[in-house]
Write a protein that binds this ligand. Sequence first.
Ligand SMILES: Cc1cc2nc3c(=O)[nH]c(=O)nc-3n(C[C@H](O)[C@H](O)[C@H](O)COP(=O)(O)OP(=O)(O)OC[C@H]3O[C@@H](n4cnc5c(N)ncnc54)[C@H](O)[C@@H]3O)c2cc1C
Length: 416
Amino acid sequence: MSVRRVRRGEAAARPAARRVIPGATCAELAATYDAVLIGGGLQGVALAYELAKRGYGRLAVLDAAYPGSGASGRNGEMIRSAFASEEWIGLFDDSLRRWQILSAELDFNVLFTRAGYLLLASTPEALAAAQGNVALQRRHNLHVELLGHDDVRRLCPEMAPAMIAGAVLQTDAGFAHHDATLWAYAQAAARLGVEIHPYTTVTAIGATGGAVRSVTTDRGKISTSVVVDAAGGQARAVAGLAGVDVPVEVFRLEAMVTEPLAPFLRPAVSSPAIMGYCHQTTRGEFVGGTEPDVPVPCESIRSSLDGARDMATKFVRLFPRLAGVRMMRHWSGIVTQTADVAPILGRAPGIDGLYLDCGWVYGFVGAPAAAALMAELIATGRTPPVLAPFGIERFATGELIRETSLVVAAAGESVA
Ligand SMILES: Cc1cc2nc3c(=O)[nH]c(=O)nc-3n(C[C@H](O)[C@H](O)[C@H](O)COP(=O)(O)OP(=O)(O)OC[C@H]3O[C@@H](n4cnc5c(N)ncnc54)[C@H](O)[C@@H]3O)c2cc1C
């Protein structure tokens, strides 16, 4: 795997693009920064914002293309914290608390819609597991309700009855707008002095004496003692520039949006039975994605006919009224996935000043908390307890996180 170079057309578009991307700068790179964040996705930009809030010094976010060009501008926008493990609940509920006030904090409407998040159970076995999860979630003060068949029918009258055994409803979760969220963080970070440099590809990380010293880009070399790998689908290649192996595989996820429809779906819905997730926007479009039962590693963001067919078939099965509705757009993005599907957050082994913020499959909902907690680690040197289980060490010690409520398949094995 190697670092992706910017295509010729993209390079030509650089000056114009820099002017229109919220928060991005046209300035030259400085010779020195206190921290360099590689990747202008939600993780890199939100972390830069949190570091700037702490007055961390001169900060640069570098992106090989434009901020939000990776998975952060391509995701399904689903937001919940009702997971099945202490570790995921700890991190993601911290995030959900931050989502509730994010528009006010960033002074930009991220369109967080607290419409509820329904995790559907389609079999008695899935419902029994959900019951156990709800008990754990309530111990963590999550706002969750266990719904039976009739309750779900009342909430989602257009859902196929045969798909419904019951569900967990998280009442204060929902969805937001992915572009608005990225732009909100980028503009807020820029207001605090963060430099967001689009079309700037990192090609080398210099480390001597066991510590980070520099990053080299296609626009020049920068001195710095702190580097964060937030390079999304390229995170393994970027860590490899410093000789660090990040155990992730890259997978393509596909999503789609229909023509606007009269309101028929209030909450966000995830269904492990069809490995799908969806919501209806306030403009009426039905947005969602489905995944294959066994994912095949793939670094291409070319959308596939198989993907479109899979989504159309499964969503019509879940909501029969979608039959005949027009799919307006269909797109793909890539995510990096670890063996336990949890992100890698913390210090990189063996190199002072190198941090990892990658391996994300739920990196949209997780961004607000990960950013704040990673900023705390970088600024104070102390790992916040909620972050501790997500360190890269777990792959050496075997202390993987067991999370069983994900609507995504682990490589080679379905975990839904
Ligand atoms: C179809 C789809 C649906 C999804 N649905 C959801 C969902 O509903 N909820 C949820 O929480 N998550 C969802 N996700 C996952 C979520 O989008 C990601 O986990 C999240 O966006 C990751 O953010 P990131 O900042 O780590 O990576 P990205 O957004 O991928 O950003 C990484 C950036 O790094 C840059 N980069 C790479 N290499 C270099 C380099 N050498 N130099 C400089 N820059 C570099 C890239 O250009 C890119 O902009 C979905 C993803 C997809 C694709």
